[in-house]
Write a protein that binds this ligand. Structure first.
Ligand code: ADP
Length: 490
């Protein structure tokens, strides 16, 4: 092993990881630590940014050792849970409060207030986002209003606000102040069409512009790690939010290319090239990447409940012992026996956005067995995807194939069912850690190991498996009609 290596820090919601890649995209090592989740009240979700830093550093050190020293690592790429907001003190370098996680709903009332005051259309027009607690700006405002240490640091000019990549870059470099345009596009403060933060949006949300980091490309030189962290300095050359990174790691680099990640929830992003996306169907517009100051955009739709439905079947209903058992059960029956599962266990996401909706299992009879329910639960993934496909098509981003990844995509039966219902090929890479791979590609580009993102994709993305549709049209129509009927009852 004499090639330089790439170290990826993949800071997720439930765990933080470090992975080593060769410039050919071979994974050669991984370390992982679970993260503590804090739920102080219903709807509140917090992380300890200090713990995230320490565990990320511990994972990174394991990988530096595995590589044979910092000198063997050409670049670091960072990918992160998006929107989660950290407030820290630029002088002490310490967090000023717990980080507010993307799932946190505590700012729902503030969002409703802004909607009622008529701000949503203007905010959507600029940022591509909705007035929803999901995004960072209202979390920043909450921290200023409710955490005295945050307000005090703001008064003294010591306050830094950032998403996780900014926090990690700050700690790794001992003070660099950066966010990439993709992560920044999830805050509600960055217009899709402008290079920098918007004064009017900062004012609307009550966020001091001076607390925000510099908006940069996704690949380049973003600073060097402090020499004593790993023995010698390593340049940080790639930054990207997890869903953007997965889109890049899937090789969805051309307009129209679309990926769907099935993890706890499901996230679908369609590449829109240099065209700023506008949705009439409540999809989100977002920056996919910015390279050399030029942006590519994506249209995004998310489904709140995907793998978490399978977890629920396992943990709350006890219908399966392990998530992968769902596949054999689904195959054990010829059809769903008339059962439909609407997985609105925590509301419905795009394209409906019904936070108050609740789930439903319909079509039960004495002939219903657990296999039918499990099969219908897996079928719900294809149905939710099909409904999103309609919204993407109506917004001018019809799919010609769907690139799958995420833990749930390991289920071959589900992958085939998605292809069947969409009537499109579903393509699954052999290496499904596309989030980490995307960050490795960006870091390799930033470090000059590959000349373009396309060249990085060519060199680093491996083989894939293709699922072609093979369902009779009659059966497909029957499935779609049954889903529509059940959904109408939610
Ligand atoms: P996240 O990144 O959101 O933590 P992962 O991508 O690791 O999630 O995917 C884990 C989810 O996928 C779990 O919710 C689990 O229930 C589901 N899952 C994993 N393997 C399978 C499988 N073979 N069939 C169905 N669901 C699965």
């Amino acid at each position: 092993m004499t090639d330089p290596l790439i170290l990826v820090l993949d800071e997720g919601t439930t765990s933080t990881r470090a992975m080593l890649f060769t410039p050919a995209g071979e994974p050669v090592g991984a370390a992982q630590r679970e993260l503590r989740q804090y739920y102080p009240r219903a709807g509140w979700v917090e992380h300890d940014a200090g713990e995230i830093w320490e565990k990320t550093l511990a994972c990174a050190r394991e990988m530096v050792e595995k590589a044979g020293g910092a000198g063997r690592i050409a670049a670091i790429g960072i990918t992160n849970q998006r929107e989660t907001t950290v407030a820290w003190d630029r002088e002490s370098g310490e967090p000023l409060a717990h980080a507010l996680v993307w799932q946190d709903r505590r700012t729902a009332a503030f969002c409703a207030e802004l909607r009622e005051a008529g701000h949503e259309e203007a905010v959507r027009g600029k940022t591509g986002l909705l007035l929803d607690p999901y995004f960072s700006a209202t979390k920043m405002r909450w921290l200023l209003d409710n955490e005295p240490a945050v307000a005090e640091a703001a008064r003294d000019g010591r306050l830094a606000f950032g998403t996780m990549e900014s926090w990690l870059v700050f700690k790794l470099t001992g003070g660099a102040d950066r966010t990439d345009a993709g992560n920044a596009s999830r805050t509600l403060l960055l217009p899709l069409a402008e290079p920098d933060w918007d004064e009017g949006l900062c004012e609307l949300f009550g966020v001091p512009r001076a607390a925000l980091p510099e908006v940069t490309d996704n690949a380049g030189m973003f600073g060097e790690t402090l020499p004593d962290l790993f023995g010698s300095a390593i340049p940080i050359c790639g930054l990207a939010g997890d869903q953007q990174s997965a889109t890049i790691g899937q090789g969805c680099l051309s307009p129209g290319d679309t990926k769907a990640t099935y993890g706890t929830g499901a996230f679908i992003l369609a590449n829109k090239g240099a065209e700023i996306p506008h949705s009439d169907h409540r999809l989100l517009g977002t920056v996919l990447h910015q390279l050399g100051g030029r942006r590519h955009y994506a249209l995004e739709g998310s489904v709140f409940v995907a793998g978490s439905l399978i977890q629920w079947l396992r943990d709350s209903l006890g219908l399966i012992e392990r998530a992968p058992d769902s596949e054999a059960l689904a195959r054990s029956v010829p059809d769903n026996g008339g059962v439909v599962v609407i997985p609105a266990l925590s509301g419905l996401g795009a394209p409906r956005w019904l936070p108050e909706a609740r789930g439903l299992i319909s079509g039960l009879s004495f002939a219903t067995g657990k296999a039918h329910i499990v099969r219908a639960a897996l079928e719900a993934m294809a149905h939710q995807t099909y409904d999103l496909a309609g919204a993407f098509a109506a917004d001018g981003a019809a799919w010609s194939a769907l690139n799958l990844d995420g833990g749930m995509s390991a289920n071959d039966w589900m992958a085939q069912d998605i292809a069947n219902l969409l009537g499109l090929p579903a393509i699954r890479p052999d290496f499904v850690e596309t989030t980490a791979l995307g960050a490795a590609m960006l870091a390799a580009l930033g470090a000059g190991l590959h000349p373009t993102l396309e060249a990085a994709a060519e060199a680093m993305i491996g083989g894939e498996r293709r699922f072609d549709p093979d369902m009779a049209e009659k059966e497909r129509e029957w499935r779609l009609a049954a889903w529509r009927k059940a959904l109408a009852a939610v």
